[in-house]
Design a protein around this ligand. Structure first.
Ligand code: HEM
Length: 146
């Protein structure tokens, strides 16, 4: 069950990243209608990821890095810490960007969307990398009891 939830989480974030790239390609081609649909799909998939992620966290706790010591700093500094901080920023920024678009404020929408898109892609790719690293080197870190 734990493995299934992890797999669903990682696929929802990867599909969300792919939808995001698709949405950028569509708007570059001038297809506003499908850009709108595909970007809302990307946002829905990212929200789904959050549900799977929090479910996994609540049921099974966290997994810590247990790989080679020489790579520990790189795992935390280049992957886990920036991934966590940027993932936390991604949600409110995405809502802001969508809100601007729905209000028809496309200059602001575009300005902030160009900041959001690289962050979102980094979060999706680093999430995938973290999943693969922990699948190989993860050690149970236990659940948090209240
Ligand atoms: C998280 C969701 C979204 C993201 C990440 C996003 C991303 C982007 C990006 C990067 C651009 C600029 C493309 C370029 O460089 O030329 C853009 C433009 C645009 N977006 Fe979005 N978008 C999102 C949601 C939406 C929604 C929901 C709508 C519809 C209401 C929308 C409508 C538009 C329009 C009409 C433009 C063109 C604006 C212009 O050229 O003046 N977007 N979007």
């Amino acid at each position: 069950m734990k493995e299934l939830i992890s797999l669903l989480a990682v696929w929802s974030i990867v599909l969300s990243g792919l939808a995001l790239v698709g949405g950028v390609v569509l708007i570059r081609r001038g297809d506003r209608v499908n850009h709108h649909r595909v970007m809302l799909t990307a946002t829905f998939l990212a929200a789904l990821f959050l549900v799977f992620y929090l479910t996994r966290w609540a049921l099974y706790g966290t997994t810590a890095y247990g790989g080679p010591e020489a790579w520990r700093w790189a795992y935390y500094l280049l992957l886990l810490i920036p991934h966590t901080l940027l993932a936390a920023l991604n949600g409110p920024l995405a809502l802001y960007v969508i809100w601007r678009a729905l209000r028809g404020e496309f200059t602001l929408h575009k300005r902030w969307a160009r900041v959001l898109v690289p962050i979102w892609i980094y979060v999706a790719l680093s999430g995938w990398a973290i999943y693969l690293i922990l699948k190989r080197y993860g050690v149970e870190a236990g659940t948090i009891s209240f």
